[in-house]
Design a protein around this ligand. Sequence first.
Ligand SMILES: [Cu+2]
Length: 119
Amino acid sequence: MLQTSSHRYHLTRAAVFGLVLAAGSSLGRAQEAVTIQLSIKDHRFQPAEVRAPANQPLVLRIKNLDPTPEEFESKTFRVEKVVGGGSEITIQIRPLNPGRYRFYGDYHEDTADGALIAE
Ligand SMILES: [Cu+2]
């Protein structure tokens, strides 16, 4: 009898703890930005396709390994920003709906083509 009630207590406590964890992690997911790293080499994005969580703010860090400048551009993110040769830029992106978002390098659009997949 004593053992049964003690066991029930543990189950209840575990359930409450589980709820707190679930609430805490969904709150964190809604607020914390996820950083995504990209680089540019030989006028191409590496990787050319990146996956990111949807409905969450994102930070894109783009490192240009080429000696020449590139302009990171995306109509869907509404971003247009020059990355100097050998330098790095950071771009904040609002939470995105699930989908595929194209980006490209405006100075070398024939090769610098990429996409972000929010899922
Ligand atoms: Cu442009």
